[in-house]
Structure formats: structure tokens, C-alpha cells
Design a protein around this ligand. Sequence first.
Ligand SMILES: [Zn+2]
Length: 286
Amino acid sequence: MIVTRFAPSPNGPLHLGHAYSAIVAHDLAKERGGRFLLRIEDIDGARSRPDLAEAFRADLAWLGLEWKEVPAQSTRLDAYAKAADRLRTEGLLYPCRCTRGEIAAAATRMGPDGPVYPGTCRGASFDVGQAAWRLDVAEALRRTGPLSWLDERAGEQQARPELLGDVILVRKEAETPASYHIAATLDDAADGVTLVTRGMDLFPATHVHRLLQGLLDLPVPTWHHHPLLLDETGQKLAKRRGSAGAGFGLADRRRAGEDGHALANSLRAGRLPAGITLGEGLSRLP
Ligand SMILES: [Zn+2]
């Protein structure tokens, strides 16, 4: 049976881009007689707000979606730590204390998420205090051998995790120890997700997630990376750029009395509010 999920972080209100993403996941499951899950990704430390998770549920119900909620990420920290321990024991993680500025200065190429970490600390030994732990991607790939994955829209992909460099799997902040990569990958496996739907902006991250599945013996889902809602400047709607406050916020529109079912049907039909277009976003297929 097909299982999809919508997995928002309660660090800011949802906007139309989230609505579109949730509708895609919901409809793909429903069309094929499957299940649609809601997972709250609340491991963003001090920025996580429980009141927002409640608003998210109200937003989804307002859009006319039905879901089954699975445990939030904050209940699964032990599982993330255990997986990281396994990779560390296998010699696949190394500690790193480089700052953002040091990485920017040392980087020789840009990746989908900014300057690619050049591996400065790989092989170095220092007393581990407050350090992040990075995945030795070259060594990890050597152990798994070549990997591939399937995106329903883009077709068969050769896994190229090296595009993102040695990503952080364990953050140095004690209250938010797991990175998005390890938490999302483990959760999708634990929740039985068979079709991972998300925006094109996360297409490059899938190379890393496929590698983690190989390393941790996890089932391999299929992916469906959907186009993004872009604003007038051609950038994707984003919480950090205030898109929810620019008239695109779901909770504001819901409280103002807009018909959520009608909005959902408009998004399904590609009828977008003024100033919004649907596109592949700035992250090109690598
Ligand atoms: Zn480093």
C-alpha cells in the first residue's frame, strides 16, 4: 500500500507552498488507495512552538485533507542517536568544529545548500568537545557501492551524495542533536512511507538520504519531488522570508473566513493567487 506524508516544522506558520505540498502528498495517496500521514518535525530546539503544531492541524482540516498523525520527531531522539552511534562505530563519521565562516573561506565549490564543506577535519584527530559529526561520504559510498533511486517525475537517478559534500548528521547543539538528513530518513522508514513527496528544493538532499538508507539497511521508497510555488521574485515561498505574513499564510486566510476547500481545489487546478507561479525553483536538477 502506498504511504505518503507531510512533515512540517513548527518554527513558523504554514503558507500556500505548504498547502500545495500537503495536497500533493494527500492526493497521491488517496488516488492510489493509500494512506497520508502527518509528522511534526519538532527538533528545531528553541524555535519549535507546540501551539503552531495545533494550528497546522487546523490548517489541514480547513483545506479538507484527512490524515493519520504519527509520532513527532522529538519522541525519536534515541533512534537518531543510535543510528549515529552505529555509523560512528563503523568509522563513517568524523567530528568537525569549523564555523560557517571558516567553511565559506575554505570551500572551493558551491552546492545546492551553499558552500560545500571541503573536508577540512576529515582524518584529523582532536579531543571531541562540542563538535558536529560529519558523514565521510567518499568512504560511505565505497562501502555501499553505486546506488540509484527513482523519482516519479524525473526518472531513475544515480545517487551522487558527493554533490553536497560531507554533510552534518549530528549537530553540535545538544538540544537539536540530529540533522534533517538523519531524522527524516529514519522517520520515513519507521513510519512505513513508500512514496516520499516534497518540493524540488529537496531533490539534492535525496542523494544523501539514499546513501543513509544503504548504510543503515533501511527500505528504499520512491520519491516524488513536486514543483514549488514561487513568488514575484521567482523565489520559493519560505517561512524565513516572511511568506506567511505576506498574505500567503494559511492560518491568516483561514481566520479571515476564506473557503479552504475552494482554495485547495484552486491549487489542484493550478489556479494560483496573484503574484504566485508554479516552477521548478532555483535548484536545478544536479
Ligand atoms: Zn571541520
